[in-house]
Design a protein around this ligand. Structure first.
Ligand code: PMT
Length: 405
């Protein structure tokens, strides 16, 4: 831990006094701490005591001109090796889960590109309440790490889970996070395909489809947030890659297959790309001209390799191989047959027909998925592609937890 640095966010709770002890323990281990003290946190500990123990000035105001000119909030959130929230209140957890940023602490938490470790502390009923449970699940699937809370008598007089972990427990969790970057999929390699492929007819024309890459990019981002080492093999799309993924750009199905095979072995593969099933047999080397009087050109197609089926048969087959099925009728039945035919472990069926207003899952922002495995079928409600990605990653995490125990 020596030489590492931590950004400590101190939330508003009686357990804030333990944050002072935490800073001392970190200093003993040679870890530098910068602190953000929320306005609620400052009701429990003073900026002066935090500054004295960290040996650094304390940050608390998002709109402070002095602070922003010395160190902007984005830089503050990224300069440390790890962001620790102690105590993590229901408010701070809720803001991060919902993506809200209206003060320095919540902004830094969203802006950071470093792992986040939360030490929750709150009343037992709050901890057990449905909104806090939901937020906890969301944050965990986003890759946020947690330590505690423990059981015991609370400052409010009630008994049960909600007490912030003791400073030495938090130190142990910090040590683990700093050494392995944390995340439930830490140490696992994931391969994701996304977007369309483009199959050339001539140097300027191609066969393709309407896939935007949004679903696959969201899955790659959610896997990376859960700690996986992610290779994203993408056809041509217009969107930016998520942070912490290794983006490999390809054009055709055959290039996509080669790029995927180069990423093996992998623990997880999610094939969300809309790969062209056929390509023009002999693309013209020059522009196909429209000469008056000449017949309309005939384009002969040949079949492309099936990337999913090829990986399923590979001697380096990914341990968990997940395909998608884009269907327009008998969605679940066709998808289920496709899973078996292509040799995937799971298949995510989505209906890609256009709705009454011409919107489709392909190219759109939302999805409604049926997760089909060898033994089970589960239909998810319609949700954003980001939420669908997080839900899939929760299933993947559970799968690896179950197969490892
Ligand atoms: O990109 P978006 O706009 O966000 O849209 C998302 C999506 C609709 C493209 C995505 O959710 C999806 O359904 N992807 C799969 C599209 C598809 O090609 O489905 P398919 O039923 O034709 O193929 C079944 C599976 O085989 C897929 O995992 C596909 O990647 C794979 N495949 C298909 C053909 C081929 N030659 N090689 C393959 O690996």
């Amino acid at each position: 831990m020596r030489g590492k640095s931590v950004l400590l966010v101190i939330g508003g709770g009686i357990a804030a006094y333990k944050a002072l002890e935490l800073i001392r323990r970190l200093a003993e281990r040679g870890v530098k701490t910068r602190a953000i003290l929320t306005s609620a946190g400052a009701q429990f500990v003073t900026p002066l005591s935090v500054a004295a123990l960290t040996g650094n000035r304390v940050f608390s105001d998002l709109f402070s001109l002095t602070d922003e000119s010395e160190m902007g909030h984005i830089e503050l959130s990224r300069a440390a090796d790890l962001v620790v929230v102690a105590p993590a209140t229901a408010d701070l957890m809720g803001k991060l889960a919902a993506g809200l940023a209206n003060d320095l602490a919540s902004t830094a938490l969203i802006a950071t590109d470093k792992p986040i470790l939360m030490a929750p502390a709150m009343n037992v009923r709050m901890w057990q309440s449905p909104p806090v449970r939901r937020n906890l699940e969301t944050l965990k699937s986003d890759g946020v790490l947690f330590v505690g809370p423990g059981d015991g008598e609370m400052a409010c007089g009630e008994f049960g889970p909600g007490r912030m972990a003791e400073p030495l427990e938090i130190i142990a969790a910090i040590e683990a996070a700093l050494t392995n970057h944390g995340g439930p999929l830490n140490g696992l390699k994931a391969l994701v395909t996304a977007g369309p492929t483009q199959e050339p007819l001539d140097p300027i024309r191609f066969l393709a489809n309407r896939s935007s890459g949004k679903q696959g990019y969201a899955i790659a981002g959610a896997l990376a947030a859960a700690g996986a080492d992610v290779a994203l093999v993408s056809g041509p799309v217009e969107i930016a890659p998520p942070p912490h993924v290794n983006l490999i750009k390809v054009g055709t199905a055959r290039q996509m297959l080669r790029a995927c095979e180069a990423q093996l072995p992998a623990d997880i593969a999610v094939m969300s790309a809309a790969v062209a099933d056929w390509r023009p047999e002999s693309p013209a080397s020059g522009k196909i001209k429209k000469d008056d009087g000449r017949a309309v050109p005939e384009i002969r197609l040949v079949e492309n390799p099936d990337i999913l089926a090829t990986l399923a048969k590979s001697s380096n087959r990914p341990r968990l191989l997940i395909g998608f099925a884009a269907e327009t009728d008998h969605v679940r039945a066709h998808a289920s047959a496709k899973r078996a035919r292509k040799g995937a472990d799971w298949i995510l069926a989505n209906d890609v027909s256009a709705d009454g207003e011409g919107r489709s899952v392909m190219g759109g922002d939302r999805n409604q998925i049926h997760l089909i495995t060898v033994e089970t079928e589960e239909s998810w409600p319609e949700m954003s592609k980001a939420d669908a990605a997080r839900r899939l990653v929760q299933h993947i995490v559970r799968h690896f937890q179950e197969t490892q125990t």
